[in-house]
Design a protein around this ligand. Structure first.
Ligand SMILES: Nc1ncnc2c1ncn2[C@@H]1O[C@H](COP(=O)(O)OP(=O)(O)O)[C@@H](O)[C@H]1O
Ligand SMILES: [Mg+2]
Length: 387
């Protein structure tokens, strides 16, 4: 069970049932405690459950969970808890020394017990469509047609094993691609090589994850950029996990052995990845996680200061909503749209009643209940505080 805190009125523990998969929304204005609450859920998942925990971290703040929360010892004491770090694995798309600004910084982090793992994307893990979308070229214009065909042919002939260089070569030998188009495509593909996020040889992405640690995918090292590299990474990871869990689920039902654990993916600042009103490389697969993920054992948690900026297809799928202090009108009405019959009052009325940090309205479809809670203090160090 995931114990997120206590109901303020009754002091009862408040749980999210972890035997089931969920879609969870955490929202609240800046500084209301969203990232902190997300960390509480991660601690609980690591303690209790046989699940793989993945954090998508666009701000680079979660690696501090490796250390105990020595800043709030008194508060922890009041709750009958004590500070304790969790095992952390930081997954970095590229070379940590380059991305974090030098050997000295990486060395210091390693001495604190943080382990890094570099991962790269297999060019073949991106569909021909996704390649076009990555460079923002339409699959119906000359550039898009050339790129689409090159990737499609490579995936037919070389299966999984091709590099970006192979795509360049394939375009080079396609007599139907005009010189100018070829040059424009090659320029973009060369740029993609320079990003350093694509692998030269096939690597099973699943192998980068560690079931006994919190797997923190640090996207803060890539600029959000006009070409969505952050979204690209989430696209590939989320698709790969979805596919594997679907197969694992089938095996489980046939009583065939498979040791692929269920997965929780927790995304902070999630409006970057599933924004309302515009498309991104990661949006489609994340909507699919929210809608169909529970069956193959995939839980999705999205946290955002702006629920109105998250696509409503995700928000309306959430069976657990944790709303912290919110003041913006659009955001409150985005949540108010989630009113359930069992609530006995409007969401906005409950939210208005929240006062202190860590207080939240929790709406849980399984219990058919609304509770006003105080989120418990963190055992591990929270790195998101403003300086
Ligand atoms: N449940 C809580 N108990 C104690 N302190 C909290 C709690 N939630 C938040 N805080 C405090 O509030 C600060 C801001 O929280 P944070 O999660 O970083 O905000 P957000 O992600 O909503 O911007 C934290 O650094 C922490 O000190
Ligand atoms: Mg935050």
């Amino acid at each position: 069970m995931i114990n997120i805190g206590n109901e303020i009125k009754t002091k009862d523990h408040v749980y999210i049932n972890s035997n089931k998969s969920h879609a969870v929304l955490i929202c609240g204005k800046r500084g209301s405690g969203k990232s902190y609450t997300m960390g509480v859920i991660v601690e609980e998942l690591l303690d209790a459950e046989d699940v793989l925990v993945i954090i998508i971290d666009p701000m680079g703040i979660y690696y501090t969970m490796q250390q105990p929360n020595i800043n709030q010892e008194q508060l922890l004491w009041d709750w009958g808890l004590s500070s304790k770090g969790v095992p952390v694995k930081v997954l970095v798309p590229g070379d940590p020394i380059e991305l974090y600004g030098g050997r000295e910084i990486v060395g210091a982090m390693e001495r604190k017990g943080i382990t890094f793992r570099t991962f790269k994307l297999n060019p073949s893990d991106l569909s021909p469509d996704a390649w076009c979308e990555l460079f923002d070229v339409s699959i119906s214009d000359v550039m898009g047609i050339g790129l689409f065909r090159a990737v499609q042919q490579l995936s037919r002939s070389k299966k999984n094993n091709f590099s970006v260089r192979d795509i360049i070569d394939s375009i080079g030998s396609d007599p139907l691609v005009a010189d100018k188009t070829r040059q424009a495509l090659v320029n973009r593909l060369e740029m993609a090589i320079d990003w350093g996020i694509f692998s030269e040889w096939y690597q099973e992405l699943w192998e980068i994850f560690d079931k006994h640690s919190v797997n923190i995918v640090d996207l803060s090292v890539l600029d959000p950029g006009p070409l969505g590299r952050r979204n690209l990474i989430l696209n590939v990871l989320a698709k790969d996990i979805f596919r594997r869990r679907t197969i694992a689920r089938r095996k489980e039902e046939l009583k065939l052995s498979d040791d692929l654990p269920k997965v929780w993916m927790l995304i902070d600042e999630a409006h970057q990845f599933v924004p309302s009103g515009k498309s991104t490389l990661s949006k489609e697969i994340l909507i699919r996680w929210a809608k169909e993920g529970r069956q193959p054992g995939l839980s999705l948690l999205v946290a955002s200061q702006q629920p109105s900026a998250i696509d409503s297809e995700v928000v309306t799928q959430c069976d657990v909503v944790i709303a912290q202090k919110l003041t913006n009108k659009d955001d409150i009405s985005a949540l108010n749209a989630l009113n359930q019959d069992y609530m006995g009052g409007e969401m906005k009325t409950y939210i208005r009643g929240l006062k202190r940090k860590g207080e939240a309205v929790v709406v849980n479809d399984e219990e058919e209940k609304v509770r006003i809670i105080q989120v418990r203090p963190r055992k591990s160090y929270h790195g998101g505080a403003e300086i």
